[in-house]
Design a protein around this ligand. Structure first.
Ligand SMILES: [Zn+2]
Length: 214
């Protein structure tokens, strides 16, 4: 059994795909595709996996990859905004790019930088690149981040989106054992309604959720 959806908590989920490693279920409510907890890595194994696949500050490919998020984000931000890079990893290149443009960026990472103080402050923006697909409890983590945003603030997420069941079956993204949640446009429309937020797809894998001022 898949258990309730980790995003909208609805109990009904149907088998979406199965490969030789894991089963993937899709929620009937928010369309999230998720891997049941029995297939999740232990925190120690998860950390070891990240250390093995560490991105480098000097890697130009990583910089180009992150610029897909940084470029539209920098356009959307007011000068000297205060933000949080959640799940920055051991090499916080995006924060460096944003700080270089005059913004103040706090860092937090569950495995590499447990900056508890950063999770108590309020921000003009919160950015999480390649994070939400790793979350065992996306509802709790996204709510926690959303609560840190000031009215009018922007949540910028970067994650690859589910397109179709056929594409999913041959998708390299699902081969990563730390990827346990797969969002789609429909899932983000559900989330925008839930928060509520203004939703914008800034790139094929970059999602902006703006907190309405009311
Ligand atoms: Zn759901």
């Amino acid at each position: 059994m898949a258990g309730p959806c980790p995003l909208c908590r609805q109990p009904v989920a149907q088998l979406y795909h199965r490969d030789k490693f894991r089963s993937y279920y899709q929620c009937a409510g928010c369309a999230l595709v998720f891997v049941p907890a029995e297939y999740h890595l232990s925190p120690a194994d998860e950390r070891a996996y990240y250390e093995l696949h560490e991105n480098s500050l000097e890697d130009p490919g990583y910089g180009r990859f992150l610029s897909r998020c940084a470029t539209p984000l920098l356009k959307a931000l007011k000068p000297h905004s205060q933000g949080l890079d959640f799940g920055c990893g051991p090499a916080p290149l995006l924060a460096k790019m944003l700080a270089g443009a005059g913004h103040r960026v706090e860092l937090y990472d569950t495995f590499f930088l447990r900056n508890v103080d950063a999770m108590q402050r309020d921000y003009d923006f919160v950015v999480a690149t390649e994070v939400v697909e790793h979350l065992a409890d996306p509802a709790a983590e996204l709510e926690r981040l959303w609560a840190r945003l000031r009215p009018g603030g922007l949540m910028a997420l970067m994650t690859k989106l589910v397109i179709s069941r056929e594409r999913f079956a041959s998708w390299h993204y699902i081969r990563d054992p730390t990827h346990i949640c797969f969002f789609s446009e429909r899932t983000f429309r559900w989330l925008a309604g839930r928060f509520p937020a203004q939703l914008q797809f800034a790139d094929s894998d970059v999602i902006f959720l703006r907190k309405t001022c009311t």
